[in-house]
Ligand binder design. Structure first.
Ligand SMILES: C[S@@+](CC[C@H](N)C(=O)[O-])C[C@H]1O[C@@H](n2cnc3c(N)ncnc32)[C@H](O)[C@@H]1O
Length: 245
């Protein structure tokens, strides 16, 4: 992981959609959350106010930045950091809520790795729990012009962050979008992230989730909990639960 990416995720603020994830954490039936792909803890810390959290990431540099964020924070007592890949995760524990935000699955380019990650998520989910995924909207990824620009409005009232998506190309056979994402912070700093992601259409998603012993119970568009899943908007949110035997 480049140090620029770590710096970017240290700086990115929590935005309005964080409220939905925090609410999910507050309703975890056993008060325990497994967060896969936690990065530097941008969203995870807010969730840990509502539940005990195990936060997993494959990148030691991201976890080191998360550890720094927690220094002198009493919430550190409620958060356990684990270095592991989603597709290999084996904690031997179950959680009332397992989350894979930030289009984690889209960034896993190998189908076998995606399938393993969903199976591992299911295996760590308590019988009455839920697995919740945030995904990139495949119809947006494949549209003629996925370029976009907008602003992230921090929930803490801090200055907005400008975001520009510059597509580099969509490869239709691999269903793969590459793009450059530029972030402009209020103090003038500009940071760039690279997107390299596979579009996952509902049929494939359903199959992935079914093969893991789960079924989809709720779907939402970019505004989780409110907007419907559709062709517009950049992200989808999917809630899955264990299938009845
Ligand atoms: C885009 S960042 C988002 C971080 C965090 N969810 C947030 O919203 O700030 C994605 C994170 O997922 C991690 N990641 C990517 N692939 C992973 C995998 N296969 N297993 C575990 N972590 C992974 C990356 O290291 C990175 O920290």
């Amino acid at each position: 992981m480049t140090s620029e990416r770590v710096r970017l995720y240290r700086r990115l603020p929590a935005t309005a959609d964080a409220a939905w994830w925090v609410k999910l954490a507050a309703h975890a039936p056993d008060g325990r959350v497994l967060y896969v792909g936690c990065g530097t803890g941008r969203l995870a810390v807010a969730m840990a106010r509502e539940a005990e959290l195990v936060a997993v990431d494959a990148d030691p540099a991201m976890l080191a930045a998360f550890r720094d964020r927690l220094a002198d924070d009493p919430l550190a007592a409620r958060i356990r950091l684990v270095e592991a890949a989603a597709e290999d995760l084996e904690l031997g524990e179950r959680f009332g809520l397992v989350v894979l935000p930030s289009s984690l699955l889209n960034g896993m380019l190998e189908p076998a790795a995606r399938a393993a990650a969903v199976r591992r998520a299911a295996r760590h989910c308590a019988p009455d729990g839920a697995v919740v995924l945030q995904l990139l909207n495949p119809y947006w990824m494949a549209c003629d012009d996925p370029s976009a620009s907008g602003r992230l409005e921090p929930t803490d009232g801090g200055p907005a962050v400008g975001v520009t998506i510059e597509p580099l190309g969509f490869e239709p056979w691999e269903q793969r979008l590459q793009a450059r994402i530029r972030y402009r912070f209020g103090d003038g700093e500009q940071l760039v992230d690279e997107l390299d992601a596979v579009a996952l259409y509902p049929r494939e998603l359903r199959a992935l989730i079914h093969q893991a012993g789960l079924e989809i119970t709720d779907t939402y568009g970019p505004d989780p909990g409110a907007s419907e899943l559709g062709r517009s908007g950049g992200t989808w949110h999917v809630v899955a639960r264990h299938r009845a035997a």
